[in-house]
Design a protein around this ligand. Sequence first.
Ligand code: ZN
Length: 192
Amino acid sequence: MVDYTKRFLVAIIMAICVFFIIIGGRAQAQEINIHTATKNWVFPANGIISDVYNTRGGTHKGLDIAGKFRSNIYSVDDGQVEKSYRSTSYGNVVFIKHPNGLETVYAHLNKRLVRVGQVVKKGQLIGYMGNTGDSTGNHLHFEVHNGEWTFDKKNAINPFTVFGKGTTGEMVVAKNHDPYELMEVSGKSQAQ
Ligand SMILES: [Zn+2]
């Protein structure tokens, strides 16, 4: 009887281990998937990082880029326009769904240049930077969602996961996958 109980316990422990190995493997696979899925993305705007992800008590689920009024906003990847409208909070906003299941959001635009259902290419001009909606200065509020956008933004991920880590006050360059690296390279080539 005791032997049977021991075997039973061993079997349970092994089952638990297998369960965590599978779950762990899945979590890792998903992480790698985001990097692979976004490795060719380009940065959506020129400007200076004015706020980062998860600030304001964890409620700010995007990256803020302050640039020139009416400067160009680009789609980060190929996709299809899911929504294009004016809301009280986001102002003029464009939502783009990408073939890999990710969704990006471009808010507070001065003007939207794309309509719902329109197919867009990576780096395509989709609007101009502005200060519409719940915004206190000319900037782009940019969000990345691993899955579809929802009201509670549960699928939101840090845009730095895609573009590498930056900081508030740092200059960023549009249409490059690594918006900071390019500044360093141009600085070096100027020094030569
Ligand atoms: Zn923002």
